[in-house]
Each structure stands twice: as structure tokens, then as C-alpha cells.
Design a protein around this ligand. Sequence first.
Ligand code: ADP
Length: 161
Amino acid sequence: MKIAIYPGSFDPVTSGHLNIIRRAAKIFDRLIVCVMVNAGKHPMFTQEERVEMIRRVTEDLPNVEVDCSNALLAEYAREKGSCVIVKGLRAGSDFENEFQMALINHKINPGLDTMFLTAEHQYMYLSSSTVKELGSYDVDLSDFLPEQIIPDFKQRIQTIR
Ligand code: ADP
């Protein structure tokens, strides 16, 4: 069975993330979406909230499970019996950093490879941080966030404004 891990901050999960999840779920037998801690970021949603929102938007995908971890990704993959990390690759911005991460993860765990799925053109410039910036204004978010989580997002934005 081919188990893949899709790691990220998902703060919150965007339509771009969901597009990668749906495509990866067709390629692998089992896909584990893992909310990881990013020490450099101050999250808008807790890890548990992010996990719950991803579960909600992927409930129609039976081979997708959602987890969270504070472990090193290469070790987490080993624990889960996975030999593939899936990453989304957006225009320009992601390449350098993702290339470096892929090499480091492979060095730590030589049984682990990283596969990149190119972002769909309509999501090429979409990131969680862009959505958070837009959220402060009265903008229609339906092209950016899965509709099930838009109310959660709007509510949270109001509390931190
Ligand atoms: P963000 O950069 O939006 O904060 P994350 O750190 O949660 O996203 O990213 C998790 C993974 O999803 C990374 O591999 C990232 O490149 C990918 N990703 C993020 N946004 C998109 C998008 N719009 N299209 C495709 N992949 C994406």
C-alpha cells in the first residue's frame, strides 16, 4: 500500500491545498494530511481547529486522513510507514525552499522521497497568508477557501481585528 504524507501549516486550509489533496488522493492508496508546527509562524487557528477544518472539507474522500504532529517530518513519515511526501509547487516562490527541504528530508530518511504536484493555475498565487490579508476587507472568499470553512474564518477574523 502506497501511503503519502501531505504536510503543511494549513492556517487555514485553502482551495489550493484542497486541490492538491484531491489530486494526491487519486494517486496514492492512503493520504495523511498532517498539520505541522511551524515555529516561525503565529497561527490564526490552533492545530486542533486546523485538523477539524481539514476533516470537514475532506469527508467525501475515504482514503484521506488528517493528523497533526510536532515531530520531525522525516521521522513522522518513518513512523507512518510512508515513503513519499507530497508538496504543492506554486509559481516561483516555493521552489528554493521546497528543493532544500526535500534534500534534507531525504538525507535524514533515505527511504523518503518528495513528489511535487504543480499548483493549478487559478491557485498559483493563493496562500493562507494572502487569504488572511484579504479577510480584513469585505472580499468574496469563495474562490479562495472551501465554502464549509468560510464562516469559521470570518468569525475568527472579527475577533482578531
Ligand atoms: P501556505 O504557504 O499557504 O501557508 P502551507 O505552509 O500550509 O501553505 O503549505 C502546505 C503545502 O501546500 C506546501 O507544499 C505548499 O507549497 C502547498 N500549497 C500552499 N498553497 C498552495 C496552492 N495555492 N496551490 C498548490 N499548493 C499549495
